[in-house]
Design a binder for this molecule. Structure first.
Ligand code: LM2
Ligand code: CA
Length: 470
């Protein structure tokens, strides 16, 4: 319950950060469906603040004004069109939902959907929320009402996160309003939710909200009785009051330690086998939600790999999709030179269309990591590997190789110069290497061994799987 995506065995999602609904609909049809993607995480679709004086920063979207579907990515009609067109080609929509808070204190005016609001009087008539719907200051232990002490769970959950007016999910009216927003999205046909700032909400309150949420829409093609797929954003690097395991009953949980461990492994292959460290309290296999970087840490944490790292980054994403731990999300970014910078736009806050070049790459400032050649082919591998575990593990410091049950085999080599026999665990036959789009063939012998050649430094992998037989 809540832990599974309903994607006919497809297992990889992509975050099309700040894309417009019209572009996402087109991307489902022209690329994601054929590439084997399960779904898309979309930016918050609800009404948000506008900050023209600060150049329309991306984080406007994390300051809700109402639950009207009117945002920088498009209006409600465009959102509905996206959901139905993506569903029609078997690509599901997962919505980033922000309900720990509304706007920051001091903000007032009119939101992206035309609703007025005034955070000073805790007035959000577009929902409507009023002053009784925010966490009473008596429940926040810090002297100024903000969160400072991450060793105090009451403070983390009852005080204001960077000055954002904190909704009181302990109150039934607030739970009903939040569930109403989620149910509206479900009725439109989405598959699930990325819950923003779950660390800052009580698991017991989230559990009640989830219990108010309907099953997925059978009109949208989901099996009757399917529960929405939830994953919760909980930043737990160890050593704080709040840990990921408190959220296991509520869905999957983001595992930020994976971001650091995969970077360590890419720079030191002897560490690649240890991207999951249970001794650190990392999410279990069934609960983990993993990614190489996300929209926050790609701009705030220099100890994660991002698109700016080029080949090291694609190595990290490809390895992430090959290995067996966690439910995986690919980040798809726009280029930025400073952390607040919004998406490519016309300067009046209107986001530009995504441009697709003749060679399939993106232009106009859109990075489209999910279209990088080697990355784009790996959903097919991960889907074929299914829920099999790593087997036939081989590591010598410059090469790591493993099978996924008898479904798939993967090798990565640090110097792009490998010619060696491996046990692949797979049935005999000729398989096409999906990384080279079948330019290379791997012959698996009757004893499961195969000669593996890697001679590319740019794409230093071999990946074969069931269904890639030549
Ligand atoms: C998240 N997960 O828990 C999001 O992934 C993250 O992107 C959000 O922060 C955060 N929680 C709140 O939803 C971003 C951004 C912040 C920004 C907030 C709200 O990283 O910098 O804060 O969204 O827009 C901004 C200002 C900050 C100000 C605050 C309130 O940067 O200086 O604090 O608004 O006005 C006074
Ligand atoms: Ca809170």
């Amino acid at each position: 319950q809540y832990h599974d995506a309903f994607c006919d065995g497809k297992t990889v999602i992509v975050h099309l950060f700040e894309w417009k609904w019209s572009d996402i609909a087109a991307e489902c049809e022209r690329f994601l469906s054929a590439a084997g993607f399960c779904g898309v995480q979309v930016s918050p679709p609800n009404e948000h603040i506008l900050k023209p004086d600060e150049g329309y920063p991306w984080w406007e979207r994390y300051q809700p004004v109402s639950y009207k579907l009117e945002s920088r990515s498009g209006n409600e009609d465009e959102f509905r069109d996206m959901v139905s067109r993506c569903n029609a080609v078997g690509v599901r929509i997962i919505v980033d939902v922000v309900f720990n808070h509304m706007t920051g204190v001091g903000q007032s005016g009119t939101g992206s959907g035309g609703s007025s609001f005034d955070a000073n009087s805790l007035s959000f008539p577009g929902v409507p929320y009023g002053s009784n719907d925010f966490t009473p200051s008596s429940m926040c232990p810090s002297s100024d009402g903000g969160i400072h002490d991450y060793n105090n769970a009451e403070e983390v959950r009852n005080c204001y996160l960077t000055g954002l007016t904190d909704l009181y999910q302990g109150e039934d009216y607030v739970r009903q309003e939040i569930a109403g927003y989620l149910n509206n999205l479900i009725s439109i046909g989405v598959m699930g939710f990325r819950v923003d700032a779950s660390k800052h909400m009580w698991p017991g309150d989230i559990s009640i909200i989830e219990s108010y949420v309907n099953d997925l829409s059978t009109d949208a093609g989901f099996p009757s009785g399917s529960r929405p797929f939830f994953y919760h954003e909980v930043i737990d690097n160890g050593g704080e009051a709040i840990s990921v395991d408190e959220y296991y009953d509520l869905g999957r949980v983001t595992e930020f330690r994976y971001c650091h461990n995969i970077r360590t492994g890419i720079y030191d292959f002897s560490q690649l086998g240890a991207v999951y460290r249970p001794e650190d309290g990392m999410c279990t296999y069934e609960n983990a939600f993993i990614f190489v970087d996300n929209h926050d840490n790609q701009r705030s944490d220099s100890s994660v790999l991002t698109y700016k790292n080029g080949r090291d980054y694609s190595n990290a994403v490809v390895y992430t999709l090959a290995q067996d731990y966690g439910f995986a999300r690919i980040m798809s970014s726009y280029d930025f030179s400073y952390s607040d910078q919004g998406p490519p736009s016309d300067g009046s806050g209107n986001t530009n269309d995504v441009t697709i070049n003749a060679d399939g790459s993106c232009g106009g400032g859109w990075i489209c990591e999910h279209r990088w050649a080697s990355i784009s082919r790996m959903p097919r591998f991960r889907n074929a590997a299914g829920d099999t575990y790593k087997d036939n593990w081989y590591s010598d410091g410059s090469t790591v190789a493993f099978s996924r049950g008898s479904n798939a085999f993967f090798a990565i080599n640090v110097d792009g110069n490998l010619n060696q026999n491996f046990q692949t665990g797979m049935p005999a036959g000729d398989y096409c290497d999906i990384i080279t789009n079948c330019a290379k063939t791997v012959t698996v012998n009757s004893d499961g061994t195969a000669n593996i050649v890697i001679d590319s430094y740019d794409d230093p992998f071999v990946a074969i799987c069931q269904g890639s037989k030549g």
